[in-house]
Ligand binder design. Structure first.
Ligand code: CP
Length: 320
């Protein structure tokens, strides 16, 4: 049976921290605000998939997805509908972008129709900022180039918190989290590092030098070129696919798989309580084997579920 309609304001988080009009990255989002979003997300997660709210009643949310997506696009749509919003979807192929209209003009156009919140994904880093500069309504970055994917960073943090008993405090002190694979081209990695480090975790980026350069240390994490060296010390491992479409190069795929694939032998060396994550889409047999992806330690579909809750919170906390 469906639970009764719930009204919920951001004030129910118990924190006065606010995101502001836009959520474009986590680099410029304080630990206090990250915790406030996670607290609200946790309320939505605990309410379950059948709970309905009216916080965005009368609001229209536009999903502008100019790059392919399964998880992010569907979950933003579901999140908006659970909050009572109307949702319109636009992709590059079926829109006037294909006739040369700019992303900024597309955003202004949908805002002029009364849209109050724009969710944007684009292959170019900085595209979400361009949209935010062009409109007055709320803007949420659903992934721009290799720059940022803030709701992914938040949903990954929510997954870690629930799996490792940190959902009361959202304090990750004492946790060691590895992000493994193609860090250099990954907006997910950038937003994960932003969230995990601000919440107090120790983060290590792992990959070959061209995909995990030493310069990543400037973001407050460690860098290792050996998964075997770090695997036993980690409480959570986020595996990433190699993003060939963004110019990633691995040389021999056999040697990449030998060194960086999370397989059964490596997974057996992880701590008993430690978890395996992947933001998707997965390339099974490359960065992760099917047995590990479907194994007892995997939280990959818990991440997807957390994504709806986080996007509900982010939509609520940005619309004015
Ligand atoms: N993790 C993620 O952004 O997946 P999608 O590209 O399917 O949205």
């Amino acid at each position: 049976m469906r639970p009764p309609m719930q009204s919920a304001s951001v004030g129910t988080t118990g924190s006065s921290a606010t995101i502001g009009r836009c959520l474009l990255d986590l680099d410029h989002t304080s630990a206090e605000v990250i915790r406030a979003i996670l607290q609200r997300s946790q309320q939505h997660l605990l309410s379950g998939p059948d709970a309905r709210h009216d916080t965005l009643d009368g609001v229209t949310v536009a999903n502008l997805f100019f790059e392919d997506s399964t998880r992010t696009r569907v979950s933003f749509s579901i999140a908006a509908r659970r909050l009572g919003a109307d949702v319109v979807d636009l992709t590059g192929k079926g829109s006037s972008i294909s006739k040369g209209e700019s992303v900024a003009d597309t955003a202004r156009t949908v805002e002029a129709m009364g849209v109050k919140s724009i969710v944007v994904r684009h292959h170019a880093s900085g595209a979400a900022q361009q949209v935010a500069d062009a409109v007055k309504c709320a803007v949420l970055n659903a992934g721009d180039g290799r720059h940022a994917h803030p709701t992914q960073g938040l949903l990954d943090a929510l997954t870690v918190a629930n799996a490792l008993d940190r959902a009361e405090s959202f304090d990750f002190s004492g946790l060691r989290i590895a992000i493994v694979g193609d860090i250099a081209h990954s907006r997910v990695a950038r937003s994960d590092i932003g969230a995990f480090v601000k919440l107090g975790a120790s983060v290590v980026c792992v990959g070959p030098p061209q995909l995990a350069p030493r310069s990543l240390a400037a973001m407050g994490c460690d860098v290792s070129h050996s998964l075997d060296d770090v695997i036993e010390s980690c409480d959570a491992i986020q595996m990433l696919r190699v993003q060939f479409e963004r110019g990633a190069s691995i040389g021999s795929s056999r040697s990449y798989v030998d060194a960086f694939q999370l397989n059964e032998q490596r997974a057996s060396r992880m701590k008993r309580h430690s978890i395996v994550m992947h933001p998707g889409p997965m390339n099974r047999g490359v960065e992760i084997t099917s047995r590990v992806a479907d194994g007892d330690q995997n939280k990959i579909f818990a991440q997807v579920t957390a994504g709806v809750a986080v996007r509900m919170a982010a939509l609520e906390m940005t619309v004015s």
